[in-house]
Design a protein around this ligand. Structure first.
Ligand SMILES: Nc1ncnc2c1ncn2[C@@H]1O[C@H](COP(=O)(O)OP(=O)(O)OP(=O)(O)O)[C@@H](O)[C@H]1O
Ligand SMILES: [Mg+2]
Length: 234
């Protein structure tokens, strides 16, 4: 579904992503792992078209992405939950969710969609009319995820969804990802919580200094403590 070949990205003269190649098949959960600064966020941002200087080939569902605007990528069914959540200040939880549907190709019945998402995220349901930025950090992360999944994207890129979230909510969140997978959503996950990420993933890639240094089945990597210690310690 997503095929990335020889991807490069730069910030000014700093060559941060260096010739990455990886793929995600339809229906898979694939995790990108690696230490702080390895290039995980930059990789996701490049796939989404949010990095000014990049090169390489990226196709999504057979469409060439590198020549597409970020907007077009979204319309093709690619959703992104950034590391910093980006809840819009001054808007309620409900309005933030509606925003997730505004530009959606699958907008459908907005009220029905909001109801559906409220069932999945009971915490948000109780707080629909509260200002989005007044939610706790974990609740804001839920809102960011809800806002991305509300349009039924074909594939979602998640950047450290469990960061700063209490364990019980993290459990809920990972159950949600597993459920989304069962319902047919493809997921590319960046996560520091290696064990938990691998436990729901099919495969994983390990990044180090902008390059892929390992790849494999999640079950294999889960057993490989040496690799985890070498490349994934925070
Ligand atoms: N806007 C920017 N301008 C300049 N350099 C940047 C910028 N954003 C990131 N970098 C640098 O690019 C490298 C990769 O950063 P990136 O955010 O992709 O890493 P990461 O793997 O997501 O790390 P983390 O686990 O800490 O989120 C780092 O060395 C970082 O300092
Ligand atoms: Mg990052």
């Amino acid at each position: 579904m997503l095929k990335v070949e020889k991807l490069n990205a730069w910030y000014d003269h700093s060559h941060v992503v260096q010739g990455l190649s990886f793929y995600v098949d339809r229906g898979e959960i694939v995790t990108l792992m690696g230490r702080n600064g390895a290039g995980k966020t930059t990789t996701l941002r490049t796939v989404m078209g949010l990095i000014a200087k990049s090169s390489g080939n990226v196709t999504f569902d057979g469409e060439d992405l590198m020549s597409s605007s970020a907007h077009k990528r979204y319309h093709l069914g690619l959703a992104y939950v950034p590391e910093d959540r980006r809840i819009v200040a001054g808007l309620s939880v409900l309005e933030n969710l509606q925003l997730g549907l505004l530009a959606s190709p699958n907008r459908g019945d907005m009220d029905a969609k909001i109801n559906e998402i409220a069932q999945t995220f009971p915490r948000l349901k109780e707080r629909l009319h509260q200002e989005g930025t007044s939610l706790s950090g974990g609740e804001q992360q839920m809102l960011a995820i809800a806002r991305a999944v509300i349009s039924n994207p074909k594939m979602i890129l998640l950047d450290e969804p469990s960061e700063g979230i209490m364990p019980i909510l993290v459990d809920e969140m990972f159950e949600l990802f597993a459920r989304m997978k069962r319902l047919g959503t493809t997921i590319l996950l960046v996560e520091q919580n290696v064990e938990r990420a691998l436990s729901i993933s099919d495969r994983a890639y390990i990044l180090d200094q902008g390059e892929i240094v390992h790849q494999g089945q999640a079950t294999e990597l889960l057993k490989d403590v040496q690799i985890q210690e070498k490349y994934c310690a925070v």
